[in-house]
Design a protein around this ligand. Sequence first.
Ligand code: ADE
Length: 226
Amino acid sequence: MRIDILTIFPDLFRGPFSESIIKRALEKKLVDIRLHDIRSYATDKHKRVDDYPYGGGAGMVMMIEPIERCLEHLFAERTYDEVIFMTPDGQLLDQPLANQLSVTKNLILLCGHYKGVDERIRQHLVTFEISIGDYVLSGGELPAAVLTDALVRLIPGVLGDETSALSDSFQDRMLSPPVYTRPADYKGWKVPGVLLSGHDRKVAEWRHEEALRRTLERRPGLLEEE
Ligand code: ADE
């Protein structure tokens, strides 16, 4: 899978992409992530990427031209499954959407800033819009990093244990059961006995019950959705 990210702050991604699962996936070449600085596609001498909004008002609006030039450069080399704009008014990211996007080959993530991007970019160049939650962040970079993480961990071979993404919370519309590790008794805080029993079927039943209980307590709506 290849993910091209268009941003005016490429450095914001370097931390999240240079640790842990994403770092390993990049090293194993299971994903190819390219950062593109929109500013380097600006044509004027000030490398301008934003301008005042028509009609007045506060905030700046990202201009069409640098973004279109960057996209044209990418389109000349390959076809993309989606050009995704990260925006609080997009479709809410959830596990089914992450699953669906994780099987695509080439994705572009466009990160907006300031007051937004010129609406014509959304009308003519963007094919899909995603929000990571009902709150407003300062830009699309952190949302794009969140989306990238959600997708990369689903690529076969990225997680050590192939089954572990399948047992994630939400994969079967259920939250995950609690987990424990050594010691079995920490100052009187005990691990549930069934987990020490060595009885696989009983452990599986206990985990299922705990997952169900937790889901009913915390997110009953998950069980009702289709
Ligand atoms: N840009 C700013 N806030 C956002 C959000 N919640 N989701 C996606 N992109 C955003």
